[in-house]
Design a protein around this ligand. Structure first.
Ligand code: HEC
Ligand code: HEC
Length: 255
């Protein structure tokens, strides 16, 4: 797969159709159409000459790390990440996300967003600043190739979380998470939908909050910073704090 654009748009639409509650009714317009324009306008690696309002051309996409990255070169570089993200990306502290088994497309995309100042975090901004494009691809395929180790769900929360994850919440137009994040929380590696299995629940809650309050990304196109980010901004705004907590506990126990 040389290009990500076709891959991204097709699973996006398929997932939305498959979701029990369609997102089509949500503002703004259909995600795929939105995506093409937004990517052209905001992609950090866009050529300076790219027309800012072009909507006919293909979206500018993150180069595919699976074809460019080297697990071996990534392993050498990744030791500087282990202090926070844990050995092989299985972080032990709940504030540091797990990277083991995460989609390489997603990891590469997020590293470019940190490096470009679109996703802001003092620790990660500093870490990403020194990474070359090749480093990013190597690190992405290295962490994608690691095995996530098990974490447990909170027994008082996971049943409600499972119901939301598998069926959504029709009353509040929340689609089932399983449609995009998969039955075992493995995500959709090729499309770059992140894995959620064995993810630290405290981290999941803070990310759901940051989508809901609009701070996950910064800049004039914060909600369309990635080809598919608008979906999570829309969904997270419809979740209650209790639902965030419950579903975060459920995915922490997935493997
Ligand atoms: C000093 C601690 C620290 C170090 C070292 C560090 N990170 Fe991070 N990383 C974080 C924190 C904290 C976050 C969560 C940021 C947030 O909440 O937005 C994060 C988030 C990430 C994410 C986003 C994960 C997701 O699920 O969205 C990626 C990818 C990432 N780091 C990769 C790396 C890589 C690769 C390295 C090594 C080159 C590295 N990090 C080194 C602290 C660190
Ligand atoms: C229509 C597809 C879709 C559905 C349904 C969906 N997600 Fe997502 N989710 C995504 C995509 C795509 C991303 C990456 C967005 C970005 O680029 O910021 C994401 C990102 C996330 C993240 C951030 C992961 C990280 O490592 O930082 C969390 C947490 C999350 N979703 C939880 C959920 C939960 C909980 C549900 C169900 C209530 C859900 N998602 C439903 C597509 C979806």
């Amino acid at each position: 797969m040389a290009k990500r654009s076709a891959l991204l748009i097709v699973p996006t639409l398929a997932a939305l159709v498959a979701a029990p509650v369609a997102l089509a009714a949500a503002p703004p317009a259909a995600p795929a159409a939105h995506t093409a324009a937004a990517q052209t306008a905001t992609a950090p690696q866009a050529a300076p000459t790219a027309a800012p309002v072009a909507s006919s051309g293909p979206p500018i996409v993150t180069p595919d790390p699976y074809s460019d990255g080297s697990v071996q070169a990534g392993a050498a570089k990744a030791t500087m990440c282990f202090a926070c993200h844990g050995p092989d990306g299985n972080s032990v502290s709940p504030v540091f996300p797990r990277l083991a088994g995460q989609s390489a497309v997603y990891i590469a995309e997020q590293l470019r967003l940190f490096r470009g100042g679109i996703r802001q975090n003092p620790m990660m901004t500093a870490m990403a600043a020194g990474l070359s494009d090749q480093d990013i691809d190597n690190l992405a395929v290295f962490f994608a190739a690691q095995t996530p180790s098990g974490l447990e769900a909170d027994p008082t929360l996971w049943k409600a979380g499972q119901a939301l994850y598998l069926s959504g919440d029709r009353k509040h137009d929340v689609p089932a998470c399983v449609a995009c994040h998969g039955p075992t929380g493995q995500g959709n590696p090729a499309a770059g939908y992140p894995a959620l299995r064995a993810q630290q629940s405290a981290y999941v809650v803070t990310q759901l909050q940051s989508y809901a309050n609009g701070t996950r990304y910064s800049g004039p196109h914060a909600e369309t910073a990635t080809p598919n980010s608008i979906m999570m901004f829309t969904i997270a705004k419809r979740l209650s704090p209790a639902q965030m907590q419950a579903v975060a506990s459920y995915v922490q126990g997935l493997r």
